[in-house]
Design a protein around this ligand. Structure first.
Ligand code: SF4
Length: 372
């Protein structure tokens, strides 16, 4: 189980540890050397709570270096900053050490995507790594369910289904299997939509029944779970959403990292709130401009450190087309804060009331190895 330092992976560790004490989890953390203090504190608190070490993963090449991971790679890239288009940071500091750590062994990777989130999240492309999503109604990854619902496997699936559904429910499930779906379609969005509907309708007929049918089917594949006799999460019907995450953290005594807490600000008589929406590097390029302002005002020393990475000719900047020096000019700060107030008011009226949802925006998908 990867512990990013964020709230969701921490809550997942607590939840699974408490609910399934016999499952023997291994926890890991990939330190970039550029996390906020709250992240290191959270890792420490979790270690005490779980009574286990959270293994810090590091690449071989760093063993003989005095540099922290980010600076080591930053220098080897000659000052080329990572960005959403060139995410060498995640590839080198998170995925590479994890894949080296599991070293080809069959591995179940538990991922803390919540039940109120509409996304698939990171899935390792390595065939020995299988992702499981315990907070969602559907614990399986799309690659598994694409095989399960592949018309080529229908006969086999129907045989397994027979052990869990009878009569009307069995017939309804078979009808679902019969609904056409083509995984070779060029229209990926349409296939995903059909798959999503099939998954949701199948789960409506019974979550444990669906999970057990998928589990039996997995035994015909090379997925890591194929070698297990049973899997404790098959009967789990819990769905955990944002409130549950905060409650789990608070009730465990571990608490919510302070940077998630909203802080009020005022600009030209208007009141607004800001916070940081994510764990990960304090200078992460996925953060929104208002989060950069939060960093500048709440951790000015870290902001200054982030500025140092932007070279003098500002060829590489953290925020596209704008340097951190420009971002903190008083007029610009005011403009960003006002824009954030307006956006928050708009979003609150039409969708989520949570500031964190507004801050996370759509960019969270970019790095759930860092932010979960
Ligand atoms: S937190 Fe951001 S900068 Fe740090 S490794 Fe993840 S994507 Fe890269």
């Amino acid at each position: 189980m990867g512990i990013s330092g964020g709230k969701d992976s921490a809550a997942l560790a607590i939840y699974l540890n408490d609910k399934y004490p016999t499952l023997n989890f291994e926890y890991y953390f990939c330190d970039t050397g550029k996390e906020l203090d709250e992240t290191y504190q959270l890792i420490e608190n979790l270690e005490s709570y779980l009574g286990k070490k959270i293994i810090k993963l590091e690449n071989e090449e760093l063993k003989n270096s005095n540099e922290n991971p980010f600076d080591y790679y930053y220098k080897s890239f000659r000052g080329y900053l990572p960005s959403p288009q060139a995410r060498w940071c995640t590839a080198l500091m998170k995925l590479k050490p994890f894949e080296k750590f599991v070293n080809g062994e069959p591995t179940i990777s538990y991922v803390g995507i919540r039940g109120d989130e509409e996304r698939e999240g990171y899935i390792s492309r390595e065939s020995n790594i299988q992702s499981i999503f315990p907070f969602r109604r559907n614990i399986w990854s799309n690659d598994v369910l694409s095989k399960f619902f592949d018309p080529e496997n229908q006969k086999q699936v129907e045989d397994f289904l027979n052990s869990y559904h009878k009569g009307n429910k069995y017939d309804r499930f078979v009808n679902l299997l019969n609904e056409p779906i083509d995984f070779n379609l060029n229209n990926k969005a349409e296939t995903e939509k059909l798959l999503k509907r099939k998954i949701s309708n199948s789960l409506d007929l019974g979550i444990p029944e669906f999970n057990r049918t998928v589990f039996d089917f997995l035994k015909t594949t090379e997925y890591p779970l194929a070698t297990e006799i049973d899997f404790e999460l098959l009967d789990n019907e819990d769905v955990l959403i944002r409130e549950d995450i905060f409650r789990t953290l608070r009730e465990s005594g571990i608490g919510v990292p302070k940077y998630y807490e909203k802080i009020e600000f005022e600009v030209d008589g208007e009141k607004g709130e800001y916070a940081r929406s994510r764990s990960g590097c304090f200078f992460c390029f996925f953060q929104q401009k208002i989060e950069w302002i939060w960093l500048y005002e709440q951790h000015p020393e870290l902001y200054k450190e982030a500025m140092k990475y932007e070279n003098e000719d500002e060829l590489f900047t953290w925020v596209p087309n704008e340097s951190l020096a420009e971002l903190i000019k008083p007029e610009r700060v005011k403009q960003i804060k006002k824009g954030h107030i307006q956006r928050s008011n708009r979003e609150k009226s039409k969708s989520s009331p949570y500031l964190l949802d507004i801050l996370e925006g759509t960019e969270r998908d970019g790095c759930n190895t860092c932010f979960l």
